[in-house]
Design a protein around this ligand. Structure first.
Ligand SMILES: *Cc1c(COP(=O)(O)O)cnc(C)c1O
Length: 386
């Protein structure tokens, strides 16, 4: 099997699993209880919190554990809007955000009458900071822009947008799920108030994530219960998950630079070989400002889903865009926002590399895909008429 879908999820690192093990079994205690083993559990949670904080250049008391990227985005966006709805009712985001952001904004529009500006992007998927500035009104209370796009890998100018938000005294949330564990991050330098991350995107366990909340920044909790996470995200802690997330951060910090250079080299090779061997193919995303592991292409006159099925038969796992878009008939909202016509967007494929990929994986994929495309095009009425 060749796994090239790391932007959807990654395998849990063996060292992470090992670290988590005892927190499922002998150290099963509720961290809120009074006895010694519970206190030890609480300390382990605090160690994990400092590991997450360190990776983000934040302090421990600025980290809240959540169930993942989706929940972190929901808490930051809904939590800010509910707190500030008397101050204003306008949100600025982009057309290419993850559905965890877009559908949260849609909920706020429908349920609470917020107005949302969905900023366009250029052909590479970049948000223009000037557009952000122009979209600001007296009513604007929140800006939410992702650090890097999960489908095309384009890296957004977060630091600049953060500066604009700060100058205008507007809360800035960044969905950092695709950069956390991949690139060095300083939330201070990025000027963000909220930053979302998810463990399973960087070799941690599924169902655990974190939200960075800048000191002094307030929000209304969206769930209510006990005092856990200072009452901001109540519920008995996912102890093994939290320990796993902390370990994944530690490992990511150590391996990041090495992963980056290795994966970039392999990704660039895959891109080069596919460009050479597949006619009428385009590469999506920014040529340079792009995640080093991501390659998104559109192959004209072929359906992405058909290519995926044929790749699957060869044991190659890839994606046609986001995991959420796969399985629906609509082409990716991200590719449409780049200005790619519907019929071409339907022919999209995303390869996202990871730590364990080898040169042999890339050579096999680069050899197999052009043949699949040729076969499918022979059956395509559109290719015939060309
Ligand atoms: C995967 C992903 C999410 C959702 O994270 P989960 O932990 O799976 O809920 C949010 N945003 C981006 C950019 C993602 O890639």
């Amino acid at each position: 099997m060749i796994y090239l879908d790391h932007n959807a999820t990654t395998p849990c690192d063996a060292a992470v699993v090992e670290e988590m093990k005892k927190w499922h079994t002998e150290m099963f205690f509720n961290p809120s209880s009074i006895y010694q083993p519970s206190q030890e559990t609480k300390q382990a949670i605090e160690k994990a919190r400092s590991q997450v904080a360190k990776m983000l250049d934040a302090s421990s008391d600025e980290i809240i554990f959540t169930s993942g990227g989706t929940e972190s985005n929901n808490i930051a966006i809904t939590g800010t809007c509910l707190l500030k709805k008397n101050k204003g009712s306008h949100i600025i985001t982009s057309l290419i955000e993850h559905h965890a952001v877009l559908n949260t904004c849609k909920f706020l529009e429908k349920q609470f009458g917020f107005n949302v500006t969905y900023l366009p992007v250029d052909k590479y998927g970049l948000v223009d900071p000037d557009d952000v500035k122009k979209a600001i009104t007296d009513e604007t209370i929140l800006i939410s822009i992702m650090a890097a796009n999960n489908e095309i890998g384009t890296i957004e100018p977060i630091e600049e947008i953060g500066r604009i938000a700060k100058e205008n005294d507007i809360i800035f949330h960044c969905d950092g799920v695709q950069v956390a564990g991949k690139l060095p991050i300083s939330v201070k330098q990025l000027n963000v108030d909220f930053f979302s991350l998810s463990a399973h995107k960087f070799y941690g366990p599924k169902g655990i994530g974190a939200l960075y909340v800048r000191k002094g920044v307030k929000f209304r909790p969206i769930t209510y219960g006990g005092h856990q996470e200072r009452g901001l995200r109540p519920g008995t802690e996912n102890v093994p998950g939290i320990i796993g997330l902390g370990k994944a951060c530690e490992i990511a910090e150590n391996l990041m630079a090495e992963d980056a250079s290795k994966e970039k080299e392999l990704r660039d090779l895959l891109e080069k070989k596919l460009v050479e061997n597949i006619p009428e193919m385009i590469v999506n995303g920014h040529p340079e400002k792009r995640l080093y592991n991501t390659l998104n292409i559109c192959v004209k006159y072929v359906e992405g889903e058909s290519m995926l099925l044929h790749l699957d038969m060869e044991g190659i796992c890839a994606s046609s865009g986001s995991a959420c878009t796969s399985g629906s008939l609509e082409p990716s909202h991200v590719l449409l926002a780049l200005g790619i016509p519907h019929e071409i967007a339907h022919g999209s494929l995303r390869f996202s590399l990871g730590r364990a990929n080898t040169l042999a994986d890339i050579e096999k994929t680069a050899e197999v895909l052009p043949k699949i495309v040729e076969k499918l095009r022979k059956m395509s009425p559109f290719w015939d008429k060309k």
